[in-house]
Every structure is written in structure tokens, then in C-alpha cells.
Design a protein around this ligand. Sequence first.
Ligand code: ATP
Ligand code: RIB
Length: 304
Amino acid sequence: MSRVFVAGSINMDVVATAKRHPRVGETVAGNAVFYFPGGKGANQAVAAAKLGAPTTLIGRIGRDAFGAELKAFLAAQAIDLTFVQNTAETHTGTALITIANADNTIVVIPGANGLVEPADVAAPVLAKGDIAVSQFEIPLPAVGAFFKRARAADATTILNPAPAIEFSRELLDLVDILVLNEGELGFLTKTEIRDTDDDTRFIDAARSLQTSREQIICVTLGGRGVLALVNGTPLIIPGRTVKAVDTTGAGDCFVGAVAAQLAAGTSIGEALRYANSAASICVQRMGAAPSMPTAAEVTPILKK
Ligand code: ATP
Ligand code: RIB
């Protein structure tokens, strides 16, 4: 089996649950507070590792209590942390999350994630067939350097451009598989896209992003499922009907699952179907990293 390498953020998620979200300037009473391991990079690495892929995480944490706790949690998921540095200059990345009616708002303070630089991604040795995964909670120069190394090694690159920011055509050219949600698709294509829009609108927007016909664009549509362009042809995978309690990390679960499946040699179509099922399990549990499913949980669902 090939390896999954994730270069990305590692956060402690401080989660408050409430009956509803406060309006600007308003205070509402909450129900509970939780401290969950999170961060897009860590979540994607946990998903890949729990689904059976040998996984390496590249990133930074601070020399503080959150950093120590996160490192212990990630090590317990059998993730290789050789390339996770402890940095003294600042604190571990922290996300302040409010959850009400299964919907979230998030404020992320990057801390140590903001210090990840191209030198951090220079040491890990990738091989042909490995999967390199990144997102935008670490600085763009590090993402670009990581994907250049991955391409040189003949590894497959997966970019999850979240949170959405403008980025160069040069970086997009280095991406084999782009996984993004409808908000990110709207931002990058500068179009108004709503989750109620019909499939053709998503397909047209996805096509406008492609830098080559071979580039796979995969749009996650929450409970509606997934729409992908594979070899230029639209592939629609309906969402599973489940009771969502917390969707935080659903996109990360999807990305990690796709990476793990591709590392195991699965075809892209089957990998996307598998990831759709994995993410439908994730949304039924509280927390980001702790809600990632195991392969033993996903397989029976796929057989149904
Ligand atoms: P987040 O930012 O909350 O981590 P996202 O916006 O990046 O998530 P979504 O499109 O909401 O990603 O969800 C990713 C995938 O998770 C979906 O494509 C689907 O497979 C699954 N999913 C999300 N919400 C639901 C739901 N309510 N029911 C079933 N599956 C869901
Ligand atoms: O994608 C979910 C993640 O985004 C959370 O775990 C939080 O850390 C934010 O970065």
C-alpha cells in the first residue's frame, strides 16, 4: 500500500453548543463546551489513518498544553509525527466553534500553523503512488513547495482549498484532484452558487476551474452528496440520509477517505463513493478529528 502525506493545520477546537447562533452584538446562553482535536490537516490525516492508510502529518504546534494534548491524540491514531515541529514562537492553532442546529460558525487563530514554511515540507520522502494532501490553513508557499515535491516523486496531489482564498494558476496546475464545497466553488469561480442550484450549474462552474481535462474536480454538497468531474465526465453520488448532529470536519473526512482509498489502489469513482459514506458517519457524531470513522464502520454501509 502507498502512503498518505498530509501537510496542514493542527488545531484545538474549542466548541460551544447552543440552541441557536447569536446575532452580531448579541449574547446567548450555551449548553456545553468541548475541547476536540481538529484543524483541517490533522482531521484529514486522522481520517486517512483510521481508514487504514499509513499516514504522515507535516505541520507545527506550539510548546503548550494544547500542543502536547494534540500530539498525544494524533500519535494514538498511529499517525507518523516525525515532521510535526514544536515551535516556541507562538501558540498551538486554536479554533473557536459554535454549534447550533447541527450548523457551525468557526473563527480560526492560526498560531503555529501560520509558521509552516517550504523548508518544513522538504524532508519527507514521497514515492510514486503516494498521495499528497493539503489545504489552506497553512501558508501558500508551503503548499506549493509540498506539491512540487509530490509531482517530482510522481505522487498524486489532492488540494482542499479551504478556507477559500485566491491562489495562483501555477498552484492549481500542480493539483490532480481538487476537493471543495459549494461555497469555495462560488468564491473561486466568482459566481453566486446556492445549494439549491441544479447539477448543471455546479458542473459548469467545476469545468471552468479545470486547468486540464484530466484534472478531477470534486464538489461536496453536504447532505446532497458529491458531484465530480472525472475525465471530463460528471459523476453524481447522492448523499446518504442520516441525522446530522455536527458537520464540523465532514469535508475533511471526505478528503482523508479519498486519499486513503487511492493509496490502497482503489479507482477514483469507488474512492469518491467510499468517502461519501465515510463522511455521512462523521456528521452523526460531535467533534472533528474524534468523529472520523474506521474502515470497519464504513464497509457495512457500502454493502447496503
Ligand atoms: P465542513 O466545512 O463542515 O467540514 P464541508 O462544507 O467542507 O464541511 P460538506 O459538503 O458539508 O463539506 O460535506 C462533505 C461531505 O460530507 C458531503 O459531500 C457528504 O458526503 C457528507 N455530508 C455532509 N453533510 C451531510 C449530511 N447532512 N448527511 C449526509 N452526508 C453528509
Ligand atoms: O474543517 C474543520 C476544521 O476547520 C475544524 O476542525 C477547525 O479546526 C477548523 O480549522
